[in-house]
Design a protein around this ligand. Structure first.
Ligand code: PLP
Length: 412
């Protein structure tokens, strides 16, 4: 078989994302399986030594070794790229390894990065500590104040890295405004689209150059596997990131790729249903007397509500953060733990984007390894609880949260 034929799938132009989500894949094998085959293999048998040599030299398409590529991984990459409206995507072992691959591919000693100070905790750690050791400097600026991003520019700024909405406070940044700043400075803008997913938000259409994904979250959607990806131009994906991941090795396993590939089929339905549940729950929390503040982009009280609605197709997503009323950080922590420990339906787990509702205490989990100063800059207080809303019946979740919230005052 012509190895190019191996890779071509003929679908008409102009299909809606809902169609792409269930149809973009790799061609069927000779057996005609309807559900995509899982290519659980570490290497591929070559027809002859000449062909093998050409494939290893990247002069001919064709699979050789799974660290370089694998059909199950290709299938996931294509479907995700189609949903993001990207020319190409490259899959990685986790969301963090996607960020690692991006930083390794784009940066060298002496380069400068601007990132939001309220990004995911491990992202702050990776850029602010690990890459600092290799001579890459990162300025952490306000998530929401575009002027701070502009003021942080230096002649050696190569990358602006934003995450919107952020984890856990759901702060929203203006992707188009940051893209304009990056473009003018000759830098790239990358957006971590983990919370909104392509079901709600398309960063490339707003001017971003790269999209980062943790496939572990909504793309899988059922909390089964770790996965990550970068989406972007053919040039960056094929010329920069693909050769690098082949060397560095943080590739997605075929099994995980297959699971996430299937997860994408139900992404838009899940995100819509979970977001609708989240809006009801956020509205209820906002009225609860034990709650100090609710952070949810779908609520009119959210500081960037209008921007979020414009950027996310009028939908707030399904992650909510809220703080309990407390007189001190110690009391806040005790009350938050009480609310968390009083639930019997929600899972106490530090993940999100699952069809089951999860709740966590960011200050002692996802943001536990940050210094107190970094935590405060990120706005993660001891009384804060993060909820990732699933598909359960809403009144069941409200009742579950009521147990602890209604008795908060009695535990001090
Ligand atoms: C979880 C997460 C990551 C990291 O993804 P992993 O798959 O856990 O490595 C990156 N960014 C955001 C916003 C996340 O929520």
């Amino acid at each position: 078989m012509n190895p190019n034929e191996l890779n071509e799938q003929s679908l008409p132009e102009g299909l809606h994302p809902d169609t792409l989500a269930v149809r973009v894949s790799i061609p069927r094998s000779g057996y005609g399986e309807h559900s995509e085959a899982l290519y659980l293999t570490s290497c591929f048998v070559q027809p002859d030594a000449e062909t093998s040599a050409r494939r290893f030299a990247m002069q001919e398409e064709g699979y050789t070794y799974t660290r370089t590529s694998n059909p199950s991984v290709t299938a996931f990459e294509r479907r995700l790229a189609a949903l993001e409206g990207a020319e190409a995507a490259i899959a990685t072992a986790s969301g963090m390894s996607a960020i690692l691959l991006m930083a390794m591919g784009l940066l060298k000693a002496g380069d400068h990065v601007i990132a939001s100070q309220s990004m995911f905790g491990s992202t702050i750690k990776l850029l602010g500590s690990e890459f600092a050791r290799f001579g890459v400097q990162t300025s952490f600026v306000s998530q929401t104040d575009v002027a701070e991003w502009r003021a942080a520019l230096r002649p050696n700024t190569r990358l602006l890295f934003a995450e919107t909405p952020t984890n856990p406070l759901t702060e929203v940044c203006d992707i188009a405004a940051l893209a304009a700043i990056a473009k003018k400075a000759g830098a790239l803008l990358a957006v971590d689209n983990c919370f909104a997913t392509p079901a709600l938000q398309k960063p490339l259409a707003l001017g971003a150059d790269l999209i980062i994904h943790s496939g572990t979250k909504f793309l899988d959607g059922q909390g089964r596997v770790m996965a990550g990806a970068i989406c972007g131009s053919h040039q960056l994906i094929e010329q920069v990131f693909a050769p690098l991941i082949r060397t560095a090795g943080m590739v997605l396993s075929p099994f995980n790729a297959w699971v996430v590939h299937k997860g994408l089929e139900t992404l838009s339905l899940r995100v819509a249903a979970q977001s609708a549940n989240a809006l009801q729950i956020a509205t209820w929390l906002e009225k609860h007397p034990a709650v100090e503040r609710v952070f949810y982009p779908g609520l009119p009280s959210h500081p960037q509500h209008r921007l979020a609605m414009a950027q996310q197709g009028g939908v707030g997503g399904s992650v909510i953060a809220f703080s309990v009323k407390a007189a001190s950080p110690e009391q806040g922590r005790a009350r938050a733990f009480h609310v968390i420990d009083s639930t019997r339906v929600c899972s106490i787990a530090t993940n999100l984007g699952d069809v089951r509702t999860l709740l966590s205490h960011p200050a002692s989990t996802s943001h536990g390894r940050l210094s107190e100063a970094q935590r405060q800059a990120a706005g993660v207080g001891q009384g804060l609880i993060r909820l990732s809303i699933g598909l359960e019946h809403v009144p069941d979740i409200l009742r579950d949260l009521s147990h602890g919230l209604d008795s908060c005052g009695r535990i001090d």
